[in-house]
Design a protein around this ligand. Sequence first.
Ligand SMILES: Cc1cc2nc3c(=O)[nH]c(=O)nc-3n(C[C@H](O)[C@H](O)[C@H](O)COP(=O)(O)OP(=O)(O)OC[C@H]3O[C@@H](n4cnc5c(N)ncnc54)[C@H](O)[C@@H]3O)c2cc1C
Length: 381
Amino acid sequence: MPARSPLPDDPLAGELDAFVRQHRLAERGRELDRTPEFPRAEFRAMGEAGWLGLTTSAAAGGRALPPSRAGVLLHRLAYRAGTVFAKLALQPEFSSVLAEHGSPTLREHWVLPLAAGRRLVGNQLTEPAAGSDAQRLELVARREGDSYLLNGTKTEVAFAEEAEAAIVYGRVGDDATQGITAFLVPQDLRGVERHRTATDLGERWQRRGTVAYHDVRLPADHRLGEEGRGFEYVRPELTRERALLAAIYLGVGRASWEEVVAYVGARSAFGRTLSGHEAVAFPLVEDGARLEAAWLYVERALRRLENGEEVDAEAALAKWMATEVALRAIDHAIQFHGGRGYSAELPHEQRWRDVRSGAIAHGPSEVMHLIAARALWPRGG
Ligand SMILES: Cc1cc2nc3c(=O)[nH]c(=O)nc-3n(C[C@H](O)[C@H](O)[C@H](O)COP(=O)(O)OP(=O)(O)OC[C@H]3O[C@@H](n4cnc5c(N)ncnc54)[C@H](O)[C@@H]3O)c2cc1C
């Protein structure tokens, strides 16, 4: 049977639904598309109510839920209110390298305030000459006594002007063969220059931009973990976040699918309901089945993750699959709503633009395939 399955449930679902209603998150998500800004008030409210960092440990201020439960709740949040607040909920997860490898002082200063929605920590990996191929990062952190001197540029980064601090990846010294190192860099240090760049297709609230580091002196105790081990630290974070992002994209796809299924059952053209035309009904039947199949795939990846299994490839494929399946379903929702479907009067066009980022952000779909291919042929093709 195609996906007429009920929205996955959780003991916290009622509380979450009430929070969404109380803070008008669905409406706010649409407003933030028209007037892009970082939603400070909602971020704070989410922190106070415990909606930031669902899988983050209690010591780091999170709810410490198993990933499969977090997936259900994020799916639900995205279904009710689009991607904005579901992604906001993941900000502590995006900073796990800080929580797990920062000094006790850094943790106290940044980790708990982040989960409480009082301080925003960005992630800065991408550079003008290196994004997917992150081994080629050029930002250099040169050790000088008890500090590092940072020089380089990060680009495409979310919250370029809003984040109070950022986890910045670079290399120590000029040796390109040496591994990448992670740092926590307060963004008000002298020599940090940041500005927002172009307006994005979707996810506009993230206000992406460029951050340049000109001889920025960073205390050495702001290094996260050991030199050269940044990738090793961030890898499990990327796997977890890709699987959870997949749950979010499917929630958005589900919302559009349900709405268009209801619409075509009521709207008539050429003497019968739109659902009476096979050219309309069959793609929607397929979308329902695809959404359901992808959800089962994502759910299994999340369960395997919480059992401590290796799911790098599965999480990568989950993000790719969820993005594709959701985008196709939303595209059909635009199409079968006709002229209004193409307009901002209905939520589908924004949903399409927001979900479209999933094929690029947190690793492009092609790189997700590369990860899966490496798992299939570990010694090369
Ligand atoms: C909404 C959004 C938010 C983002 N937020 C952040 C952030 O907060 N911090 C941050 O550091 N970055 C962020 N990014 C940047 C994002 O991580 C990078 O854009 C992404 O990793 C790709 O890097 P790139 O842009 O340099 O593309 P490139 O690496 O130059 O790749 C360009 C394209 O080439 C293709 N490609 C690349 N490698 C391969 C390959 N091996 N095989 C086949 N095809 C390939 C892919 O289609 C890819 O999209 C964000 C991006 C988006 C869209």
